[in-house]
Design a protein around this ligand. Structure first.
Ligand SMILES: O=C(O)CCC(=O)C(=O)O
Length: 327
């Protein structure tokens, strides 16, 4: 499978520099993803959010910062119990790994290796190298969805998200910090998202909502996301899912340190890291979106907690392996 499977066709995501965006009068609401090169570089986070900078954070009582780490892929298969670990030693290891990977960078690395990425033109269709994921051990320990800004609200000032999203929104943020080769499985989120890359490089695969019929929607419950049964790191074991996936038409975004990617609501996506990374996802809802989407989502959450909705198959509780599904 690994040498012959072509998978979905891809085109490069729409891309613009921050200067070009500003010259057009700023960001306008849109239904398609947009990669804004360099958006984060003028924000304080660009200087302050290094691996060693975050490692120095201390709680007000002087105690070490701990967080809940994701233990393997959660979007597909069985959710393993998360791990509660100190953050600083993890960050120091990532800093050392980042320097090593940069020094040894290969043109052949990635789903869309440098050589292909640099030669492909806007609007041209191309295929990814799915063999790249075959060597992965899906992220054993990934500091994914850390709500660091709840614990350290002053850090919110480091991201001038209002310079992109000018009108009022209810926003909440999650940090994703991890080594190279993390995988976030295929899913979509119900709010729009400005995904800000502060350190490292990620490959972001996006599938606009019209691809839904090929996405093998899963029954696995997640509070903010709709998940897929397609496990991009186990396509060889999923003949039905990989055939369906191959019929989709995706957008490829290589998101480098300093870039921000607008991910519209209901856009399916999955993400892998080429380097140790620090990213901040800023989710936002307008007032009508809160009223229309927030209510039903909270109701599902309540029913789930009462064991009445998709209990035993979720990203938030320990669960059994689903029958006849590859984990
Ligand atoms: O960076 C990642 O690993 C996942 C990000 C993501 O899925 C999101 O922001 O919705």
């Amino acid at each position: 499978m690994t040498t012959t499977y072509l998978g979905p066709t891809f085109q490069l995501v729409d891309t613009i520099t921050l200067e070009e965006l500003n010259a057009q009068g700023g960001f306008q609401p849109r239904l398609r993803p947009l990669l804004v090169k360099g958006a984060v570089k003028s924000w304080p986070a660009w200087e302050k959010w290094s691996f060693s900078g975050i490692a120095k954070l201390q709680r007000s009582d002087g105690s070490e910062v701990q967080a809940t780490f994701q233990n393997g892929l959660v979007e597909q298969g069985v959710t393993r119990p998360p791990l509660h670990l100190p953050v600083a030693p993890y960050l120091r290891e990532l800093e050392a790994a980042a320097a090593k990977i940069r020094a040894e960078w290969s043109q052949d690395t990635g789903l869309c290796p440098d050589r292909l990425w640099k030669s492909v033109r806007p609007g041209e269709e191309f295929y990814l190298d799915w063999g790249h994921l075959q060597s992965f051990q899906p992220n054993k320990v990934y500091l994914a969805q850390w709500d660091i800004l709840n614990e350290f609200p002053e850090l919110r000032e480091d991201f001038a998200i209002r310079s992109l999203w000018k009108k009022w929104r209810w926003t909440w943020e999650y940090v994703f910090i991890g080594p190279a080769n993390t995988v976030t499985g295929l899913h979509y989120d119900f709010p729009n998202n400005w995904f800000c890359q502060v350190r490292g490089v990620k490959e972001f695969l996006l599938f606009p909502p019209e691809n839904r019929e090929y996405m093998c929607e899963s029954k696995k419950y997640d509070w903010g996301a709709t998940l897929s049964d397609i496990n991009i790191s186990k396509l060889a074991e999923q003949p039905r899912e990989r055939a369906s996936f191959a019929r989709a038409s995706g957008l490829y975004a290589r998101i480098e340190a300093g870039d921000a990617l607008f991910v519209p609501k209901q856009t399916w996506h999955c993400v892998t890291a080429l380097e140790p990374s620090i990213s901040l996802a800023v989710f936002g809802l307008t007032l009508p979106e809160i009223i229309l989407g927030g209510g039903p989502s909270e109701l599902r959450s309540l029913l789930h907690k009462l064991h009445l909705y998709r209990w035993g198959n979720c990203t938030c509780h320990k669960m059994e392996a689903p029958a006849n599904k590859s984990a």
